[in-house]
Design a protein around this ligand. Structure first.
Ligand code: PGA
Length: 252
């Protein structure tokens, strides 16, 4: 499967900074093997999508609201992010779950809203430090995945992307061991297979996220079942992000 290297810029970058990044990244990824995707702040979506037009770079959102429209002050619908140029969206990032109280039921509604609008959902799942200590990794992943994927049709499943992001590894400089990553990815694929069948599950990209950077990307990308990386901090600097994309080119 073609690997995906996805940037999550979080609440960083003005429109001008986003454009500058894309201008510099474009030649760096012109003939790369990976699918290069940038999840940009909503304010930069439209301009970033214009700038990335006819390049190897795909632009996406970091969040959306699940309602189609209505009196929801401050919110942005799936149709709106699509209209602004988003081809994909992160859904259920752990910062959304933790800081904005998004449950897996909400994540499910958001994923369905994205699919209905033709925006590819990249659903994020992962355990906290305490949950890992209590040996509940599989239980947590199972619950998050089953609830997040509930009611999604077989037909829609081909648009799904998943990111396994252990919460304790995000923004901390800690990364899961290759063995932990391998087992978590294999388990996620089993849960997906239980709902959609093994053939679909084999084709759903499962990315790793959590302190992925140029120094550990090669090792992470080599782990069986890791179909790409979701990169936060190391995606803010174009040369470090470009280096991760280039490292993927050196894999067999
Ligand atoms: P990080 O963030 O790479 O800074 O750990 C990853 C993420 O939040 O998706």
């Amino acid at each position: 499967m073609q690997k995906a290297i996805v940037a999550n810029w979080k609440m960083y970058k003005t429109i001008e900074e986003a454009v500058q990044f894309i201008v510099e990244l474009t030649p760096m990824v012109a003939s790369c093997k990976a699918k290069v995707m940038l999840a940009v702040p909503a304010t930069a979506l439209w301009k970033a999508a214009q700038e990335a037009f006819a390049t190897n770079i795909t632009i996406g959102a970091q969040n959306l609201d699940f309602h189609t429209e209505g009196a929801y002050t401050g919110e942005i619908s799936a149709a709106m992010v699509k209209d602004a140029g988003a081809c994909f969206t992160l859904v259920g990032h752990s910062e959304r779950r933790r800081l904005f109280h998004e449950s897996s039921e909400i994540v499910n509604l958001k994923a369905k809203a994205a699919l209905a609008a033709g925006v590819r959902p990249l659903i994020c799942v992962g355990e906290t430090f305490d949950e890992r200590k209590e040996a509940r990794v599989e239980a947590v992943l199972k619950e998050q995945l089953e609830k997040s994927l509930e009611g999604i049709s077989q037909e829609e499943s081909s648009a799904l992307m998943i990111a396994y992001e252990p919460v304790w590894a995000i923004g901390t400089g800690l990364t899961a061991t290759p063995d932990d990553v391998y087992h978590a990815h294999r388990f996620c694929r089993e849960v997906i297979a239980a709902q959609f069948g093994p053939l679909v599950a084999a084709d759903v990209p499962i990315l790793y996220g959590g302190s992925a950077h140029a120094e550990n990307a090669f090792e992470l990308l080599q782990i069986q079942g890791v179909d790409g990386l979701l990169v936060g901090r190391a995606s803010l600097d174009v040369s470090s992000f470009g280096k991760i994309v280039a490292l993927n080119d050196t894999l067999n």
